[in-house]
Design a protein around this ligand. Structure first.
Ligand code: ATP
Ligand code: MG
Length: 543
């Protein structure tokens, strides 16, 4: 068993780790911490919810002196909520050392950020757009940065941040350490890695057999578009979640769906890029403290968010690409906990679902749409539990006792209790709800021959291939860069499992699809045209 003390960390950092409740390092932490401490560039890949934040957070707080009064570490994340969350974890890791960190993200008052910068933080955690804003205003200087972390690096590319990242990194000294993390590493990450990393060590803890987290039970339901909403209500009733995140395809979809759920009596709210940051913060707060139990969101919530108590993820709309699927469902089943995901698929989208299964190398089990009877049964079970809990609790119900006794004298007890339960359900099944239908996702045509090297324009999906030194290198790299610890990026990586090289990966796919698949530019289909040509900003894409 490995322990945190084996890394030779300072007592202040070890104390912070203990306070966070981390007893032993997760596999990615065991492997990544020594490499990051050594100063090497690194690409770290591990499944969702397995502690990648601390895998880069621990070494970077270890390297900073509390007396330092310049920005020496820069962490970039694709979304604001993630910047806030990562900043909180870094703050906790560095607090006994007395380190100062600051999140810098769009939508927050810039004056407030400038005041925060006067405290001379050593660590900045930011989204690219707002970071550039500060750089242009000369409120942030990157001349002294020694370590850069790109969290969710592939998503930043996908959102069109490549130019911004390039501009930002051109201002960071060449002599720096760059770390890149994500649960998924599609081939376009090669471009980023080649440009910004120097002989990176590739550490992948992704097992050959499955890219999604094994703690997540995955189901899908084939359902007509017009039946989705009723299906969703039945699902929520049949298997009431502690907390659930429901993903919709677009901002409009999320707004409509959260509204509709509220109308039907669910404690839900929506999160998407058209809300003000104050609204976004309020929704996240309500979800984290449990005052709502259903968060409806665009892919803005797909990456990195770590909310304890999320038992269910529901893809109301099928995600556009396998990476999005992996990350969305990864909002549950974190830190060793169990989780369940449900995905709605319209009949015309079945091919696309199979494509996701192939790339993630996991069969998603088919389930029938819950029946009304099953939904009702689930609801009744929960109500009965709530009532029994209330009877057993210390709560004072004496004020109702007299009237209860009177009612029981006049009416049948079963009838009375049933009526009370019906009222308690807050059932609003009759409220009319209409959603604008979404077009089905078109399946991307890609080949999965599972043999040979990356013959396609962009190389293989798995980067399997003959070429030495190329992306994908020699090893039988799996999707996203290789089975446990196998070397991918030009053979720089370590091998933890001692695999043999030579064969191409499984679902390689040469990606000679029409129009390219997740290139370096913003996802066309997520673009929100009403915003004109604003670019390089999370507000630009339709999340
Ligand atoms: N060593 C550890 N022991 C116990 N819990 C841990 C440990 N390291 C991290 N955690 C917890 O695991 C959860 C997931 O961590 P984190 O958010 O860093 O995952 P991740 O790998 O970055 O996931 P994602 O790919 O979704 O971003 C967090 O709640 C974190 O506090
Ligand atoms: Mg993360």
């Amino acid at each position: 068993m490995s322990t945190f003390s084996q890394f030779g960390l300072e007592p202040d950092v070890l104390q912070a780790i203990t306070e966070l409740g981390y007893e032993e390092p997760t596999p990615i932490q065991s492997h990544a911490i020594p490499v990051a401490l050594s100063g090497k560039d690194m690409i770290g890949q591990a499944q969702t919810g397995t502690g990648k934040t601390a895998a880069f957070g621990i070494p970077l707080v270890s390297k900073i002196q509390a007396s330092e009064d310049r920005i020496v570490t820069l962490i970039m994340t694709p979304t604001r909520e993630l910047a806030i969350q990562v900043a909180e974890e870094i703050e906790k890791l560095g607090r006994f050392k007395g380190l100062r960190s600051l999140p810098i993200y769009g939508g927050q008052d810039i004056g407030r950020q400038i005041r925060g910068l006067r405290r001379k933080p050593q660590i900045i955690i930011g989204t690219p757009g707002r970071l550039l804003d500060h750089i242009n205003r000369k409120t942030i200087r990157l001349d002294d940065v020694q370590t850069v972390v790109l969290d969710e690096a592939d998503e930043m590319l996908d959102m069109g941040f490549m130019d911004d990242i390039q501009s930002i990194l051109s201002l960071v000294p060449e002599q720096r350490q760059t770390l890149l993390f994500s649960a998924t590493m599609p081939p376009n990450i090669q471009k980023l890695a080649q440009q910004f990393l120097k002989e990176p060590e590739h550490i992948s803890m992704i097992p050959k057999t499955q890219t999604t987290n094994k703690n997540i039970q995955q189901f899908y339901i084939e359902v007509q578009e017009r039946m989705k909403f009723d299906g969703l209500c039945r699902l929520l009733d049949m298997e009431p979640p502690e907390l659930a995140i429901i993903f919709g395809r677009t901002k409009r979809r999320v707004a409509e769906l959260s509204e509709a759920l509220m109308k039907r009596g669910y404690a839900a709210d929506g999160l998407h890029g058209d809300l003000s940051q104050n609204q976004r913060d309020a929704v996240m707060r309500k979800f984290r403290d449990g005052s709502i139990d259903v968060l409806v969101a665009t892919d803005v919530a797909a990456r990195g968010l770590d909310i304890s108590g999320v038992t269910h993820v529901i893809n109301f709309d099928l995600p556009q690409d396998p990476e999005s699927y992996v990350h969305r469902i990864g909002r549950t089943g974190r830190a060793g906990k169990e989780g369940t995901s449900w995905t709605f698929v319209t009949p015309r989208e079945i091919d696309h679902l199979h494509f996701i299964e192939k790339v993630t190398r996991h069969r998603i089990s088919k389930k029938p749409l819950p029946t009304m009877a099953e939904a009702m049964e689930g609801k009744q079970r929960v109500l009965a539990e709530r009532l029994i809990d209330a009877v057993g609790s210390e709560e004072d119900t004496s004020a109702f006792k007299y009237v209860a006794a009177q009612l029981l004298e006049q009416y049948d007890s079963v009838q009375l209790l049933s009526a009370a339960m019906k009222l308690l359900t807050g059932d609003k099944k009759d409220v009319n709800v209409e959603l604008t239908p979404e077009d089905p996702i078109r399946s991307k045509r890609r080949k999965f021959d599972g043999r040979g090297g990356g013959g396609g324009r962009r190389g293989g999906y798995n980067g399997g291939g003959q070429g030495r030194g190329g992306y994908g290198g020699q090893g039988r790299s799996g999707y996203g860069g290789g089975g446990q610890g196998r070397s991918s990026y030009g053979g720089q990586g370590r091998s933890y499992s001692g695999g043999q090289g030579g064969q191409g990966g499984g679902y390689r796919g040469d990606r000679r699809d029409d129009g390219g698949y997740r290139g370096g530019s913003p996802r066309g289909d997520r673009r929100d045209d009403s915003r004109g040509t604003r670019s390089h900003n999370e507000d630009f894409v339709n999340i």
